[in-house]
Design a binder for this molecule. Structure first.
Ligand SMILES: O=C(O)[C@H](O)[C@@H](O)[C@H](O)[C@H](O)COP(=O)(O)O
Ligand code: SF4
Length: 604
């Protein structure tokens, strides 16, 4: 095991000792209880199973059959979640074959960030994670289950389901993915058409045709954004059936993998080994997830979400942990926006199994951890295949079959991981370096301050941005307006970067996991509305972003800087973010939310 891996894991263990101990004690207490149908009152039990077939009731109550709760994020809006419509029937059928019973415990909401990108709805996106966590708790609070299957793939849905499930840490849980969309037009072509449209070089019909050719069917979008980063991290945490992440929704093996998830969760109940999720997800498993994120240039959103996930298990991490691990974690995968390959090509080149094997063998990951399968994390280094109509796992080739997509630590794409912590007189921020061109890693240019992404887009339309500049887009933090992703700024800024201008974004907001080639210092904490120094910046100040050494500064005379007052949002700006699209309902979360570096949690 590498020294930094051990060092960071130990310091997290130390920092988390009191909260983790209390968390594990609560699980121990809960595990002492009798199972739901024996423990709860007759009326409770009768209500719980009233609508089940008579023989299922008999099996649960008299035969003590294992009872599985499904928490599902099915809806028709996310292409990634649409396949889940039929999953409960498959799960019920498989469970019955093994003498178990199933109920859909509840559904959770799921927002598609692609639909809300650049729209007011995006201001609900981050908070929807904790709504999903609460909805997971509402579902599992019926408290009659021996295990749970969690159906969700996209951005805030997996973190929300995981946070919710960790509040029922006494249950064995398995995540059930549904797989990626088949490849449409490639992501680079898609981005080029967007840049043409941003310059008025093509019309809306051409742009719509291009977007529809990219997003054309069921399954997760094929860029390596937050959704597919979720899948990578769940594999690295051992919470999937091994290798289940990136198999197409309508590939014959998909149903076999879903059925295997039922057998897997049952094997956790029926005594072969019992691994409740709250015990499985320990400090080493959280560190493994961070390493997997860094080694693949995953979504910057996980610098927020995984802090919240860890906290739900009593584990406290911060951006220094990500940064320290990043220094020693090699970049082993290049998947768009960190390269040109999409997630299907990544899977064909070896996918998560190849990356996990290489990281374990190189000592970059903890191998001695529990997982939902009996072989532990080493079982996640193999590839699932169908053989004689049976699901089995085979070893991957020793060498990478495509070194433009996946590599071993002996020849990494870069010696350090794809994310960096930035510090300086503007606070703390993160940047995804794995998709920034070498010659754009250091940007020093005058600031232009915006209080809304629409202001920047309008300035671009007026032709006012044809120069070197740093776009300071502030009052985009969680307290201000729910910390939306500002991914719509990528096409115009990419056009300007393509023209040779040195441009960057500095924001207390987020970018999409699919953003990347324009240097973006994001999640600036403290945010502007929390009196963060980002609110001192004036248009014209020189901003220096150095992603190589990890600094972000306003180059303003110290006395002047100290004398500066903090800018505030105007009444109109505050009103704009507080109403419409249901934003009124999220006022409590905006008022209670912690900083981005504290996971933007709303429940502490
Ligand atoms: O974090 C993410 O990965 C994004 O939120 C992603 O889920 C979202 O859908 C993007 O907006 C997709 O990219 P385009 O907007 O470029 O299609
Ligand atoms: S990856 Fe993003 S755009 Fe695609 S379905 Fe999921 S949330 Fe929507």
């Amino acid at each position: 095991m590498r020294q930094i891996l051990n060092e960071v894991t130990e310091r997290i263990r130390e920092r988390s000792a009191p909260t983790r101990k209390a968390y594990l004690q609560r699980i121990e207490e809960t595990l002492k209880r009798a199972r739901g149908s024996d423990r709860m009152g007759c009326a409770n039990v009768a209500h719980a199973f009233a609508a089940m077939p008579e023989n299922d009731k008999f099996r649960i109550i008299a035969e003590k059959a294992p009872h599985i709760g499904i928490v599902t994020a099915y809806n028709d809006m996310l292409s990634a979640h649409q396949p889940y419509e039929v999953y409960p029937a498959i799960i019920r059928d498989e469970a019955r074959k093994h003498g178990a019973t199933v109920q859909v415990a509840g559904g959770v909401p799921a927002m598609c960030d692609g639909i809300t990108q650049g729209e007011p709805g995006m201001e609900l996106s981050l908070f929807s994670r904790d709504v999903i966590a609460m909805s997971t708790a509402v579902a599992l609070s019926h408290d009659v289950f021996d295990a749970a299957l969690l159906l969700g793939v996209c951005d805030k849905i997996v973190p929300g389901l995981l946070i919710g499930a960790l509040n029922f840490g006494h249950l064995p849980c398995v995540f059930v993915p549904a797989g990626p969309m088949s490849t449409g037009i490639d992501n680079t072509t898609k981005s080029k058409v967007r840049e043409k449209f941003a310059q008025g070089l093509c019309d809306r019909d051409e742009l719509l045709a291009s977007e529809s050719a990219a997003y054309h069917g069921a399954g997760t979008c094929t860029f390596y954004g937050t959704a597919n980063s979720n899948q990578m991290l769940l594999e690295a945490m051992g919470l999937h059936v091994p290798g289940a992440a990136f198999v197409h929704p309508h590939d014959g093996m998909r149903e076999a993998l879903t059925r295997e998830s039922v057998r897997t969760v049952l094997s956790n109940i029926q005594g072969r080994r019992f691994t409740p999720i709250g015990q499985l997800v320990d400090e080493r498993v959280i560190v493994n997830a961070i390493v997997a994120l860094l080694a693949t240039g995953g979504s910057t959103n996980h610098c927020i979400h995984w802090v919240a996930v860890a906290r739900a298990a009593g584990i406290i991490i911060d951006w220094s942990d990500f940064s320290k691990l990043s220094q020693d974690t090699p970049l082993l995968a290049r998947v768009y926006p960190n390269g040109t390959a999409d997630v299907n090509e990544f899977q064909n080149a070896g996918g998560p199994s190849f990356v996990i094997r290489e990281l374990i063998e190189g000592g970059y990951m903890h191998a001695d951890v529990s997982s939902v399968v009996i072989g532990g994390l080493r079982d996640f280094c193999k590839k699932p295949v169908m053989f004689d109509n049976e699901l089995t796992w085979i070893d991957l080739p020793e060498e990478s079959p495509d070194e433009t997509i996946v590599r071993s630590p002996r020849k990494p794409f870069s010696a350090s991981g794809g994310l960096r912590l930035l510090t300086g007189n503007l606070g703390r921020a993160v940047i995804k370096t794995s998709s920034v061109p070498e010659d754009r890693m250091i940007i020093e240019a005058p600031a232009i301050v915006f209080h809304a992404q629409e202001e920047l887009l309008a300035a671009f339309e007026r032709g006012e941005l044809e120069k070197d500049f740093v776009a300071v887009v502030r009052f985009q933090g969680p307290r201000a307006n729910g910390m939306p992703e500002l991914h719509k700024l990528t096409p115009p800024l990419s056009v300007l970067q393509g023209k040779g201008f040195k441009v960057a974004i500095v924001t207390d907001g987020r970018m999409s996991g699919a953003s990347g080639k324009v240097p973006a210092a994001i999640h600036v904490s403290p945010e502007a509305l929390a009196s963060g120094p980002i609110s001192k910046i004036r248009t014209g100040d020189i901003i220096r972003l150095n992603a190589i050494v990890g600094t972000l500064n306003a180059l303003v005379d110290q006395d002047q800087w100290n004398a500066r007052s903090l800018q505030t949002m105007t009444e109109a700006e505050r009103n704009n973010n507080g109403h419409g699209i249901g934003r009124e309902l999220f006022g409590g979360m905006r008022g209670n939310v912690r900083s981005a570096e504290e996971g933007a949690v709303t429940w502490l």
